[in-house]
Design a protein around this ligand. Structure first.
Ligand SMILES: Cc1cc2nc3c(=O)[nH]c(=O)nc-3n(C[C@H](O)[C@H](O)[C@H](O)COP(=O)(O)OP(=O)(O)OC[C@H]3O[C@@H](n4cnc5c(N)ncnc54)[C@H](O)[C@@H]3O)c2cc1C
Length: 411
């Protein structure tokens, strides 16, 4: 069995590692000429970390990430709504990680190079086309030295939200759909708050702030690399996306400050100072795609963002790609190619479709929307606005649906 993986992101690299651990040959083809540490912060949930721990990556993650201890939901003016322990602090067997996306990708990339060998990761290989017959798949890649053709038993499209593999089957889909929210993202070295491992989500759907530390630099012990995201609702999504969905597109300071000045006031942190101290911020429209009726065609299937791009709420983007990878690798040890791919889709497509829909409604972050709706000017007592049971149930229902309650992970 030889598996061709298109895309060397979190999903593609985890698939390669999971296959290798099960004795199956994998080749990763990534369009970028080299794997650079792109992006900013990402949160990875315990069910996904459990799989990375089984692959022996926990120490490597600890060296570059932070074990998230607590998630506090707040109003824009800093009133506490709900505080929840996370990862080990919540009694899970494994941590949740706040981590730089590029560092997570590097951990996976380094392990893939070390375990599979450098020749199994082909950078500068951009998929152009592919075809299959009853014996295997053949794929054509654009490379700096001209076109290259590789063959395998199956082909996995882990090539992200602009997937070429997906477009091959669903060419009439058009651009991703946008919900009218624009996100500014950035990170800067900044004094720690709380225990140095806490995440904050504040505001509501009109303007939301997400804040968490992602890296401790031993040379600056009082500070951490502080990741921030400001989301602002600019329309109802009926207008075209203002900029192409490019994770590396630069944002402007004065534009993001319009949605921060006089909006957010948190006792824990000088948010205006943090954003102003950030060398470069990035804009990205909050977009996804309608869930597909089918991912698999014989020896070809989709994985991660190529299969189920979702709004980045609830910390599920990278986590679900990791779960896809392990599910697919397990099934490829039990069945032949097409049968394994069909079984993988049967398990993962319904599960991820549900998450795409839940994220469109705000995911677990509905708790802050709910309070903002009921008490737009804040509250004297939270109990007058919502009961703790109502708020905990809302977050708990999302965790159960996305597969990461303590019982689901620890069993
Ligand atoms: C540059 C970048 C920065 C990001 N930054 C953030 C962030 O800051 N925060 C966040 O929450 N999420 C970020 N994401 C998204 C996040 O990584 C994904 O949602 C999640 O990890 C799922 O990963 P994936 O492997 O399915 O997709 P991706 O991480 O998007 O990886 C897809 C890979 O496929 C490659 N590819 C695409 N087309 C082809 C082709 N035709 N041939 C070969 N290779 C191809 C891409 O170059 C990419 O490396 C970023 C993604 C990218 C690509």
């Amino acid at each position: 069995m030889r598996v061709l993986i298109v895309g060397g992101g979190v999903g593609g690299l985890t698939t390669a590692l999971a296959l290798h651990a099960r004795g199956i040959e994998a080749v990763v083809c990534e369009q970028a000429p080299e794997v650079k540490q792109l992006g900013v912060g990402i949160n990875t949930l315990p069910h996904a970390i459990k799989e990375l721990a089984k692959l022996g990556l926990l120490d490597a993650l600890d060296a570059v990430g932070i074990r998230t201890s607590n998630l506090i939901y707040k109003t824009a003016r800093g009133q506490n709504i709900l505080s929840q322990p996370r990862g080990l602090d919540a009694g899970y067997d494994v941590p949740q990680f706040s981590i730089h996306r590029g560092k997570l990708q590097k951990v996976l990339h380094d392990a893939t190079v070390e375990r599979l060998g450098e020749e199994q990761i082909k950078t500068g290989y951009r998929l152009k086309s592919f075809e299959q017959n009853d014996k295997g798949v053949s794929a054509r890649f654009e490379t700096s030295g001209g076109d290259a053709i590789l063959s395998g038993d199956v082909l996995i499209g882990a090539d992200g939200i602009h997937s070429t593999v997906r477009r091959h089957y669903h060419g009439d889909e058009g651009a991703p759909s946008w919900n009218g929210i624009l996100m500014w993202r950035g990170a800067a070295m900044w004094p720690r708050f709380a225990d140095g491992k806490t995440m904050i989500i504040a505001g509501g759907m009109k303007a939301k702030l997400v804040l968490y530390p992602i890296f401790n630099d031993l040379n600056e012990p009082d500070k951490a690399l502080m990741n921030w995201v400001v989301c602002a609702k600019l329309g109802d999504g009926s207008t075209p996306i203002p900029s192409r969905e490019d994770w590396s597109k630069a944002g402007k300071l004065d534009e993001v400050m319009q949605h921060v000045d006089g909006v957010f006031d948190l006792p824990e942190i000088d948010i205006e100072g943090l954003i102003k101290a950030t060398e470069q911020n990035f804009i990205y429209p909050m977009c996804d795609r309608d869930p597909l009726e089918q991912w698999t065609d014989g020896r070809v299937t989709l994985l991660g963002d190529a299969a189920h791009p979702m709004y980045p709420v609830g910390s599920n983007g990278a986590s679900q790609a990791i779960l896809d990878a392990v599910c697919l690798a397990d099934l490829l040890t039990k069945h032949d190619g097409p049968e394994a791919l069909a079984a993988y889709e049967a398990e993962r497509r319904p599960a991820t479709t549900e998450i795409v829909h839940a994220n469109r409604k705000g995911g677990p972050e509905r708790v802050i929307d709910l309070i903002e709706e009921r008490a737009p000017d804040g509250f004297d007592s939270l109990d007058d606005v919502a009961t703790p049971e109502e708020l905990t149930a809302l977050v708990g229902a999302y965790q159960l649906m996305a597969g990461f309650t303590k019982d689901q992970v620890n069993r």
